[in-house]
Design a protein around this ligand. Structure first.
Ligand code: NA7
Length: 546
């Protein structure tokens, strides 16, 4: 529908809705709005659909949620026609899936690819969003929907000398589209979050030497990924309806075993047996083993010690095992990692762990990396140093609401919104998987669908009642944030230095701004908000002054 041709201010295109981002949220949003008969334009920086799965092509990239959960439920044909090959799908398969959906639903024709939004300003007089791209195109839209993702702004480490490195430099989140061969090379990797932990076993198989520079160790559990056989797939396809319903009625938004049994309700021997069994099952089973791992510090520490013992069972060199053991923060307060041979890789003679807590990195040099103690000569350096999570993407360009209010100003002490979806002073602006919802803690595809459906119901309500603008009331936003903070105070999630709390970005306001009450409670809150006649929103009719 739209070519990538520049337009001047005089040739602004007027649309009902602009959707920013072609990840899972943006794709479904465009599909739904088109079904409602709205004129729409999607804008995406990548060259195709897929969002994080378009960009994150690093070796070993894989979803840590089962793909029967991490997939759309809204279209029965898609569910029946697409067949997953593995329990936890790898990036190429997830990207293929996104492309399959885009082709099947003819979504690409609504997107401008290779295009970034640089500015989105609300025009109080016209009641429109004015959206400007890096191609100097300008669009006007009644609704602006940010489907920009909670983890889409990668972050380089604050280490001097990054530009001086003359070897091959790779960023996990901006991986080349052509194959990278590490054979015969000395490779360095900085970062041991989910991303680094997925990269290590794969690169270890290729590289001549691999040095893993670890600052904070993560807790990781075995993924125990399986190929899916035909009978299993057929059974899933027969039962999708029930599985999706179960997912929507769960705390995660996915079918993962959970329990109401607190840790200390069992005698020590049985607790251990449960944990052993969960470890054998793999995936996130350990996280679901007891109801209070994230709330009871003593229970948490005992589960953490169990995970530390497992490291000693796997890693042969006691010093390396010790350095790999996370201490000083609760297990699962950092995103729990699922690995396929991470700890085992350190038993290989050419894989070395550098404990940057004892031996901090001083600088990157032309030929490698200088720590306090020595220089490591490297042919290639991989950065797996994380993201400016939750707010990074939305604050990376200018968003201005009513009366010239800047989003960067509104969020200077941390993100605030109503339900993670809408905000006071930012009329007709929606966020999919916004920072005050449960995005990072739930199955994001289930959440995408729930958010999009809620937004579409609200737009329908506005159309039915001839309402031209909506925004959150200040009191509803404040009350939602109180709920968010009250729930956050009950979990151990804030007790680690992670992107969850903004601790990984210098100068970022620190705090747990995410909704930690679980997917089901969150979606119930959204439903209640709609049922109340959207009492947390204020609306204006065309004839009323804005
Ligand atoms: P994470 O989980 O934020 O991990 C980033 C890693 O990079 C973490 O180990 C950091 O150590 C490390 N890091 C960052 N800067 C430095 C410097 N300067 N020196 C040494 N190490 C550094 O990001 P991921 O991409 O792995 O995972 C993000 C999410 O993707 C994950 O939660 C899943 O939801 C999927 P630090 O902890 O800061 O000491």
């Amino acid at each position: 529908m739209y070519g990538n041709t520049p337009s001047s201010r005089e040739t602004r295109k007027r649309l009902d809705a602009v959707v920013v981002g072609a990840g899972f949220g943006g794709m479904y949003m465009v599909h739904k709005l088109r079904e409602m008969g709205l004129s729409i334009l999607g804008i995406e920086a990548g060259s195709d659909v897929g969002g994080v799965w378009y960009w994150n092509r690093y070796p070993g990239a894989r979803c840590d949620l089962m793909c029967i959960d991490y997939s759309y439920s809204f279209n029965e044909d898609i569910q029946q026609e697409w067949t997953w090959s593995e329990q936890f799908a790898a990036q190429p398969e997830i990207l293929e899936y996104a492309k399959f959906v885009a082709t099947k639903l003819k979504l690409r024709e609504h997107f401008l690819f290779d295009t970034r939004v640089v500015r989105a300003n609300w025009d109080d007089d016209q009641n429109v969003w004015i959206i400007e791209t890096d191609r100097s195109e300008i669009f006007e839209a009644t609704y602006c929907i940010m489907a920009t993702g909670p983890l889409s702004k990668p972050k380089d480490p604050e280490i001097p000398g990054l530009d001086e490195f003359e070897g091959e430099l790779y960023r996990a989140a901006k991986w080349p589209h052509t194959p990278v061969d590490f054979a015969g090379k000395r490779v360095g990797l900085i970062g041991t979050g989910s991303t680094g932990i997925q990269i290590v076993p794969v690169v270890a198989k290729q590289a001549k030497e691999l040095c893993v520079f670890q600052r904070t160790p993560s807790y990781s559990m075995p993924m125990r990924n399986d190929k899916l056989d035909a009978d299993y797939v057929a059974e899933i396809k027969r039962n999708y309806e029930g599985l999706r319903a179960a997912a929507r009625n769960s705390a995660l938004g996915g079918v993962r075993p959970s329990t109401t049994r607190p840790y200390f309700s069992l005698p020590p021997g049985q607790r251990r047996a449960v944990l052993e069994d969960c470890w054998k099952q793999g995936g996130h089973a350990v996280l679901g083993a007891f109801s209070d791992i994230l709330t009871n510090p003593e229970a948490n520490e005992q589960v953490a010690e169990f995970a530390r013992e497992k490291i000693s069972e796997i890693v042969k060199d006691p010093e390396t095992a010790e350095a790999l053991k996370p201490r000083g923060y609760p297990i699962f307060a950092r995103r729990p990692c699922l690995d396929s041979g991470y700890y085992e890789a350190f038993n290989e003679p050419h894989v070395r762990l550098v404990d940057c807590l004892k031996e901090p990195i001083d600088r990157i040099t032309e030929t490698g990396l200088q720590t306090r103690d020595q220089h490591y000569d490297l042919d290639a350096l991989i950065l797996a140093t994380g993201y400016d999570g939750l707010t990074g993407a939305l604050l990376s360009f200018e968003i201005t609401g009513r009366n010239g209010r800047k989003l960067s100003d509104k969020w200077k002490d941390g993100a605030r919104s109503y339900l993670g979806l809408v905000m006071a002073d930012f009329p007709n602006l929606f966020m999919i998987c916004g920072p005050n919802g449960p995005a990072a803690l739930s199955n994001i595809v289930t959440l995408d669908e729930q958010n999009v459906n809620w937004i579409c119901d609200l737009i329908t309500h506005m159309q039915d009642h001839e309402l031209v603008t909506m925004e959150a009331t200040q009191s509803a936003e404040d009350a939602w944030m109180e709920t968010v903070f009250e729930l956050a105070g009950r979990t151990l999630l804030a007790k680690a230095n992670t992107w969850y709390v903004g601790a990984n970005v210098e100068g970022k306001s620190r705090g747990l701004f995410m909704y930690t009450g679980g997917y089901l409670n969150y979606s119930n809150a959204c439903e209640a908000a709609a049922r109340s006649g959207y009492s947390g929103l204020s609306f204006a009719k065309q004839t009323e002054p804005a």
